[in-house]
Design a protein around this ligand. Structure first.
Ligand code: ME8
Length: 516
């Protein structure tokens, strides 16, 4: 079914260094959304990759005594390794140095030029290499240190050279119309308002080529110019689905993209420039740009045992991949800034995972093992308490879909963990351990209801913790083909009579290593 397809992307990272925690956060969040949509029956295409051209790459490479290609190759290997470690389920990884991307960037340029939106002039103004962005004089300030900086605080340098320009000014009204027609084109909403007021303030034409270095994609018909890196970078999103072959099955199926996930520092490129380029090229605009916040280390020592680990692969090794994924997505409301620290991570691991979910699973399933030989009993008539907790589990899928429709991943997790808390209260209140002698049938019903709630929780938390929830579903003996979202909401229940394997702990506690 055509409507059940979903195309989502991360930003493509500059491979001028090793991946950092911000890169990990973005790809983890996008992966959770991709997995959620797949489990919800969508045919998903998930693209990530690297943005390899531009002056920043040239400068960083030169400092390291490398060519830009060599620097990219080294770091791309680290990005791919990080994605593998973090269990990222991307369908493709694009490098902007690939021939398919050069062809696609040339094609979008030619389409914009054919539409009359590209002209030759001279650029004289400020440029931040760190941001790869042009700034007007009024956007810059000179600090006490006499260094002139752009609005993001990065140093700018004076650039004066012949340049091709894009008629961005011609797109002001069309962009405002887009924002009005699609009010959630940018989320969170506050960010949409900021973008719209920026555009209402007027748009200047954009310099889109450089002549002072040659690490980039040559401008068609004027090869002494290379494209401004953002023209080529943004185009990766259509290259990834087969552009310029707009008749290809890939392009037909997946474009326009449903979601570009990016950080707040690059919103203007995605919400202003990118739709304008696409309109000019006669290509549909994406459906949504979600701008996430920034993550900050609270600055403390991350672990007594490993020292100051802050690289994402080190953190995953230390805390475990799924606990780390859970921590970021539960702790930081998606769209807002957040901070992370050893203490905060350990707190989530021990409170939410080991205590709330892990203990409930371990206690109820080992009781099932002892009292019923691991065979899930047929429940008796449900009591009001049984019906209440089952109903809470049954509405979770609706709540989760509602939260995820606007990428509120933390809300989805909040809803699931509220049911975990309810289930713990239910379990404590029903005291099934005390029923073993007095009313074994009732004990069986309580354990059955608990297992059913655990099943729904485990299915719903899979997008965030794929491996751990897979293990939990294994010990609940849920067949591999019965773990998608069609199995939620009370349509099916965990099958009585199933023999469960002996329970193994899925969410270990963090135990602080003894101080030396
Ligand atoms: O901007 N916390 O690449 P990049 C959260 N190549 N997210 C962060 C972050 C932090 N501390 N630091 C960076 C680029 N990010 C361009 C993108 S897309 C066509 C081109 C996010 O490697 C940042 O906001 O500097 C961006 O979404 C992504 O990491 C890559 O940043």
């Amino acid at each position: 079914m055509a409507s059940k397809r979903y195309y989502l992307t991360t930003a493509i990272a500059y491979p001028n260094g090793a991946p950092h925690i911000g890169h990990a956060y973005e790809v983890i969040a996008t992966d959770a959304i991709a997995r959620f949509m797949r489990l919800d029956g969508y045919d998903v295409h998930f693209l990530t990759g690297t943005d390899e051209h531009g002056q920043k790459m040239v400068q960083t490479a030169a400092k390291a005594g490398l060519g830009p290609r060599e620097l990219a190759d080294r770091n791309v290997a680290l990005f791919r390794a990080m994605d593998a470690t973090l269990n990222i389920s991307n369908d493709d990884f694009i490098r902007t140095t690939e021939p398919r991307h050069h062809a696609s960037s040339k094609a979008i340029w030619e389409r914009m030029a054919a539409n009359g939106d590209v002209y030759l002039s001279k650029y004289a103004g400020w440029y931040s290499v760190r941001d790869e962005a042009f700034y007007t004089e009024s956007e810059t300030t000179v600090g006490d240190d006499k260094v002139r900086r752009g609005p993001s605080g990065t140093p700018v340098e004076w650039v004066e050279e012949e340049s091709w320009f894009f008629k961005l000014s011609a797109y002001q009204q069309k962009l405002l119309d887009l924002y009005e027609r699609v009010p959630d084109f940018v989320l969170p909403k506050e960010r949409m308002n900021e973008v719209a007021s920026f555009v209402r303030g007027g748009l200047q034409d954009l310099s889109i080529s450089r002549t002072t270095f040659d690490w980039g994609i040559p401008v068609p018909g004027d090869e002494k110019h290379i494209m401004y890196v953002w023209i080529d970078a943004l185009t990766n999103y259509i290259t990834g689905v087969g552009f310029p072959d707009t008749d290809s099955a890939m392009f037909q199926k997946y474009w326009p993209a449903d979601l570009h996930v990016i950080g707040k520092d690059i919103l203007r490129f995605h919400a202003v420039y990118w739709p304008a380029f696409l309109m000019s090229a006669g290509v549909d605009v994406p459906r949504r740009v979600f701008s996430h916040g920034f993550l900050f280390n609270r600055g403390e020592k991350m672990s007594k045992s490993v020292g100051n680990v802050i690289d994402p692969v080190g953190l995953a090794d230390l805390y475990g991949v799924d606990p780390l994924r859970y921590f970021f997505l539960r702790e930081v409301p998606f769209g807002q800034d957040g901070s992370y620290s050893h203490e905060a991570i350990v707190n989530r691991i021990n409170a939410d995972l080991a205590n709330d979910l892990g203990n409930l699973a371990q206690r109820s399933l080992s009781m099932l093992g002892k009292a019923f030989g691991g065979v899930l009993p047929t429940p008796g008539a449900f009591s009001d308490n049984d019906r209440t907790i089952l109903a809470a589990a049954d509405v979770l899928i609706d709540k989760a879909r509602e939260a995820m429709a606007t990428q509120q991943i933390h809300q989805m997790l909040n809803a699931v963990w509220a049911v975990v808390a309810d289930a713990n209260r239910y379990f404590a209140g029903e005291a099934p351990w005390a029923l073993a002698k007095t009313d074994p049938a009732r004990q069986g019903t309580v354990l059955y209801v608990t297992a059913e709630v655990l099943r729904q929780v485990a299915i719903l938390a899979q997008p965030v913790m794929p491996t751990a929830c897979g293990k939990l579903l294994d010990i609940l003996a849920v067949p591999a083909d019965a773990r998608d979202f069609t199995r939620l909401g009370g349509a099916t229940r965990i099958a009585p009579g199933t023999t469960l394997p002996p329970p193994a702990p899925v969410f270990p506690r963090w135990i602080e290593p003894a101080a030396e």
